[in-house]
Design a protein around this ligand. Structure first.
Ligand code: ADP
Ligand code: LRH
Length: 490
């Protein structure tokens, strides 16, 4: 029996076929594709129809191999959405969360709903692109979308709607909108009303691990596949990634490392207090009603954008080549705060890093190797900072850090992370979100009794690389410098 997981990250998507035999998971990558945002005029969009096409390609490839999956599910990045008109059609291309329409929008919302109250109602960290700020931006600009909309669906809901015709929203992803109230267990209608966002757009919320329809018969006929059952897993990719963390301790720290770095711990209740607000931590919904107390760190996005910049001038590097250059560059020349606002939007990251160096009185970096080294060292040091905060906020002391996601192919980053935090790093699986997606489908189908059994099977099925900390003194010294730079700039 095989099942299919689609995991769409901000940089790429993949379809993984999973088989569970004798308590061992085997996966096969059926399809992989890039996810290329499109700038049109002043706006940045997701190419949603292409993504839908690629999802169908995954099914076509399964069919070509004579495989008919028993179920399928989709997870994607969070916060973004599509609006559906009365006739059931998608209105416009979904905006990319890095679109500039949300610039200054947090402050506009705070004048209606004080920041503290918004946090108390939702438990969600303040990221300028949260769904609530995107919708408010559309409202203030009197967008035709707002006038025509009848239903709101998040990206995985939307893709699932295309496949099944069912319009429901999945819990883990709903929490990322900052419009869901975890204490009430539903959309926060009062919040929506105060912002003038129609609550009628928001439909039923289903828990992660619910069957939500099956492939529409027209699609089955078009692709020549069966009417495959479609599940809502943790449709927020980070929710699925954390479900796949092969932890043994009930209290564990994780780093989901891809375009973003998401670091935190799993908790049974949202932690909503002055400290979590002060450090801008979030409480995102997870599997089995758990929450992820975590913080977003800008992550490998800065490296992806640097690579894109060098490509524009005709120099194409692979990620392994960039890591090699970093390894050969001198250590700790300059450090940045990866979460500085100048790195949020697409653009020329090497120049922005140079600007950051100038503004903080550091040596201005030039060569790609030294820039990549600066990004990786700074990320590792930021991981230490956020891990310490996670310990403080959760009251737990962690013996090490689990890393999952494509970033673990960067073995130097894993080693430097261990060095920076002074604890072991356990890296794997790389395809955390897709494997979590599979595990939640099996859980929903009764193959596992709970998420801990699923984690045990994941642990037995995929290699985990252990990195022990090295060069403690050098990293300790660098951390002191790093703190001065990032706290001095605030
Ligand atoms: P997302 O799902 O957010 O799109 P992934 O989890 O696929 O991201 O991780 C993508 C990142 O993983 C890339 O930006 C890159 O930095 C890193 N990566 C992937 N493959 C390699 C590799 N072979 N060597 C070093 N880094 C890699
Ligand atoms: C990672 C992720 C993260 C969100 C961001 C928008 O892919 O889902 O958890 O904050 O994208």
């Amino acid at each position: 029996m095989s099942i299919l997981a689609y995991d769409l990250g901000a940089s790429s998507g993949r379809a993984l076929l999973g088989r569970l035999t004798d308590r061992r998971i085997e996966v096969e990558e059926l399809h992989r594709f890039s996810n290329d945002p499109v700038q049109v005029g002043n706006h940045l969009y997701w190419d949603i129809l292409r993504l839908y096409y690629e999802i169908k390609q995954g099914l076509t490839k399964a069919k070509q191999q004579g495989i008919s999956p028993n179920s399928l599910a989709i997870d994607t990045w969070a916060v973004d959405f599509g609006l559906i008109g009365k006739n059931g059609e998608l209105l416009g291309n979904p905006y990319h969360y890095r679109d500039r329409q949300t610039d200054g929008m947090m402050e506009r919302v705070f004048s209606e709903i004080p920041q503290f109250e918004l946090f108390q109602r939702t438990g969600i960290q303040f990221l300028p692109f949260n769904t609530i700020f995107q919708l408010y931006a559309l409202k203030l600009s009197d967008s035709t979308l707002i006038r025509e909309a009848d239903r709101f669906l998040m990206i995985p809901d939307l893709l699932r709607y295309f496949l099944t015709g069912e319009k429901v929203t999945e819990f883990s992803n709903a929490t990322t909108t900052q419009m869901y109230n975890p204490l009430k267990g539903q959309w926060d209608d009062e919040l929506l009303q105060r912002l003038g966002i129609p609550s009628t757009w928001f439909g039923t919320i289903v828990q992660s691990g619910t069957q939500v329809g099956k492939l529409r018969s027209a699609i089955s006929v078009e692709l020549g596949v069966g009417e495959i059952p479609v599940f809502a897993v943790a449709e927020h990719d980070t929710g699925s990634a954390v479900a796949a963390v092969p932890a043994m301790d009930r209290s564990f720290a994780y780093l989901s490392c891809g375009t973003w770095s998401l670091m935190g711990t799993e908790v049974s209740q949202p932690v909503i207090n002055d400290l979590t607000l002060g450090f801008n931590f979030t409480n995102e919904g997870g599997v089995g009603g758990t929450y992820r107390l975590l913080k977003n760190i800008m992550g490998l996005w800065i490296l992806q954008e640097s690579r894109r910049e060098w490509e524009k001038s005709g120099i194409s590097y692979t990620f392994p080549e960039l890591v090699k250059l970093a390894e050969q560059a001198p250590p700790f020349t300059a450090l940045i705060d990866p979460d500085d606002a100048i790195f949020l939007h697409p653009g020329d990251m090497p120049s922005r890093i140079q600007q950051y160096c100038r503004q903080t009185g550091q040596q201005v970096l030039g060569e790609p190797g030294s820039i990549v080294r600066c990004i990786m060292e700074s990320l590792a040091l930021k991981y230490r900072y956020v891990l310490e905060l996670t310990e403080r906020l959760s009251g737990h002391h962690f013996n090490g850090l689990h890393m999952v996601g494509g970033g673990i192919y960067n073995t130097l980053l894993c080693q430097w992370t261990a060095n920076a935090i002074g604890k072991p790093v356990w890296a794997g699986p790389a395809e955390g979100s897709a494997i979590g997606n599979l595990a939640i489908q099996w859980l929903a189908q009764g193959e596992f009794s709970d998420i801990w059994e699923a984690r045990q099977v994941i642990r037995d099925s995929f290699p985990v690389a252990a990195y022990e900390p090295e060069h403690g003194e050098e990293w300790e010294h660098a951390y002191g410098r790093f703190l001065q730079i990032i706290l001095g700039r605030k």
